[in-house]
Ligand binder design. Structure first.
Ligand SMILES: C[S@@+](CC[C@H](N)C(=O)[O-])C[C@H]1O[C@@H](n2cnc3c(N)ncnc32)[C@H](O)[C@@H]1O
Length: 256
C-alpha cells in the first residue's frame, strides 16, 4: 500500500504528527533514545516493575506506529531485532538521525499499522505504544497483527484507558463522563483535526479473541504517589491518575 492508498483518516494524522515532530518529538528524541531503562507511559513506570514484555533477546519485533522509534531502540538494546513502521516521514527522519547518532540500527518503513508490508508469520512480537494502538482502526490493525505473528507470538500494546477516553474533552481528562461508551470506536477531534480510535474492554476482548489471540494480561496504570506530569503530556493530572487508571497495557498471545 503506497501512502496515497492509506485509509482516509491517515493524512490528517500524518499532518498532525509532522507538526508534533517540529514542535517537540524531534527535540525529545535524543533523551528518549539515551534512556537505558524501559518505562511505560506518562508516569514513566519501569518495565522492571510491571514485567509486561516477553523475552526480547533474539526476537523479531515489529513496532506499529514507532514514531521516533525510541521504544524500538530500547528493545534493540536488549537484544531484540526490531522493525519500525510509521506513516509520518518526519517521525521516521528523526528516527533515522537517532540511528546514525547512536549506531543502534534497524529497518524503518513508511507504512500504516492497518497494512504492513511483511509476509505472514514474520515476527515473534507485535508492539505498539500509542502508535497503531490509538491511531489505527483496531478492526483492521488487530487482525493485521495476528497475521504478522508466528504461532504463540506476543501482542503488547499501550493506549489511553477506556475510562480516561470516556472522561476526556479537548481540555483534558475530567471527573465527569464526557461521552457514552456505547458506540465508542472512532473519535474525530474537531479542534485539532485528529482521528483516534478507542473501544471498550468488552469490545477489545471480543476483537482479540476473534482475531486468534488469548488475553494474558490487562495492566491498568495508576500514577505513583510522587508522579509528575511530563511536559507535553499534561492532559491528565497526577491527582486524577492516582485515583483512576489513565493508561492500560494489553498483553495477548496468538494461539499456537
Ligand atoms: C505517540 S507517537 C508513537 C510513539 C512511539 N512509541 C515512539 O517511540 O516515538 C504516534 C505515532 O503513530 C503514528 N501513526 C499515525 N497513524 C498511524 C497508523 N494508522 N498506523 C501506525 N502508526 C500511525 C504517527 O505517525 C506517530 O508517529
Amino acid at each position: 500500500m503506497s501512502s496515497s492508498e492509506f485509509p482516509e483518516y491517515v493524512a490528517q494524522n500524518v499532518a498532525n504528527w509532522t507538526r508534533a515532530n517540529a514542535e517537540y518529538t524531534d527535540a525529545r528524541a535524543a533523551e528518549s533514545w539515551a534512556q537505558d531503562e524501559i518505562t511505560w507511559g506518562i508516569w514513566r513506570i519501569p518495565e522492571s516493575e510491571l514485567r509486561v514484555l516477553p523475552e526480547l533477546e533474539g526476537r523479531d519485533v515489529v513496532e506499529l506506529g514507532c514514531g521516533t522509534a525510541y521504544f524500538s531502540a530500547w528493545m534493540a538494546k536488549r537484544g531484540a531485532r526490531p522493525v519500525g513502521i510509521d506513516p509520518t516521514p518526519a517521525q521516521l527522519a528523526t528516527a533515522r538521525r537517532m540511528q546514525r547518532e547512536t549506531r543502534i540500527e534497524f529497518p524503518l518503513i513508511e507504512a500504516v499499522g492497518e497494512d504492513v508490508p511483511f509476509p505472514d508469520a514474520s515476527f515473534d512480537i507485535v508492539h505498539s505504544e500509542y502508535g497503531a494502538s490509538i491511531w489505527a482502526d483496531p478492526y483492521k490493525w488487530i487482525p493485521e497483527a495476528a497475521r504478522l505473528l508466528r504461532p504463540s507470538g506476543w501482542l503488547v500494546f499501550m493506549c489511553n484507558s477506556t475510562l480516561s477516553m470516556l472522561c476526556m474533552d479537548m481540555e483534558g481528562v475530567k471527573e465527569e463522563l464526557q461521552r457514552p461508551q456505547r458506540g465508542l470506536h472512532r473519535l474525530d477531534w474537531s479542534d485539532t483535526d485528529e482521528v483516534v480510535f478507542h473501544i471498550g474492554h468488552g469490545d477489545w476482548i471480543t476483537l482479540l479473541r476473534a482475531s486468534g489471540f488469548e488475553i494474558v494480561r490487562l495492566v491498568e496504570l495508576f500514577a505513583p504517589e510522587n508522579a509528575q506530569t511530563h511536559g507535553y503530556y499534561n492532559y491528565v493530572t497526577p491527582d486524577w491518575g492516582r485515583r483512576w487508571p489513565a493508561e492500560e497495557i494489553w498483553v495477548a498471545r496468538k494461539r499456537g
